[in-house]
Design a protein around this ligand. Sequence first.
Ligand code: PLP
Length: 338
Amino acid sequence: MRVNHMDIKHFKRRIYTQGITPIQRLNHLTELLQGPEVYVKRDDLLGLLGGGSKTRKLEYLMADAIEKGADSIITCGAVQSNHCRLTLSAASLEGLDCHLFLEERVKNSYNPKANGNNFIYHLLGATSIHVISGDSDLVSEMDSFAEQLKAEGHRPYIIPVGGSNPIGDLGYLNCIEEILSQEKEMDIQFDHIVCTSGSGGTHAGLLAGVKDNNRDISVTGICINRMKELQTNAVYHHAVKACEIINSKVKINYKDINLFDDYIGEGYSKPTPQMIQAVILLAKTEAILLDPVYTGKTMAGMIDLINKDYFKKDEKILFMHTGGIPGIYAHTDEFMSN
Ligand SMILES: *Cc1c(COP(=O)(O)O)cnc(C)c1O
């Protein structure tokens, strides 16, 4: 039962995707693994340049920025950030300036000539690019830059890392509404959703959406950066705030947050042999391209969990393909040597 539910449709939203993203059954993977039925939500096909999950968050964030009269967007991410690419794409579309703070999470990883997302920063022409070290305080860096822009007469709007804040997290609350309508149409019910857990907004939005709709679907996140304990706190706080913003009275419990940190390997964006195998497997058997930093590691995690019978054979899993595809073109060497 929804208690005091505020319809998400009341929030201002820009539309960057025509229609909804498909859900398809992964026939070959399902057969190969001899486990639960696996489906994929094709959020790699979302709008804006190169697609991916940040598009859903940006529909709400950009609407908020425009409503507040912003003339420039400031955001941040890793040196090969899907979020920065998509924010820049949305800003270009809306005719706003866009300033990027790129954090070297891996030391000396910024290469101004790199392919992938970096290439698109240049193609679209970010208003400015600031490369900062991995141990910097991103929030204060962006805040002080915003003050500087204001002093020059601009009206900046800051979007946090991953577009994850209560407004951005509406994107994946809304995605749940979409998934539930597709369940009806396809006459199936999912038991599990598997997603990447990065800044945490996707995971939290999905969890809050499932709970708010009183659906018995577990949401399992695969860590790609932070370890489980820190990540659990991040997802918990995002999910609680997501419930608050839609005025939902459902309670988020720590035990609702399923996370696995066994698939990170040496660290954020560092390849693992299982990720490489998973990317090749999905490309060959399902004609689906994953990305090396997020969805490739998440798919490797899901396959391992299926092999370990974490999910039951008669269950249905929905894998969230959150995109990131342009990022693979900055990592081709790792695949060529295989
Ligand atoms: C940002 C990103 C994620 C993680 O989403 P969060 O909301 O930050 O947890 C997953 N996949 C891709 C491709 C991404 O770019």
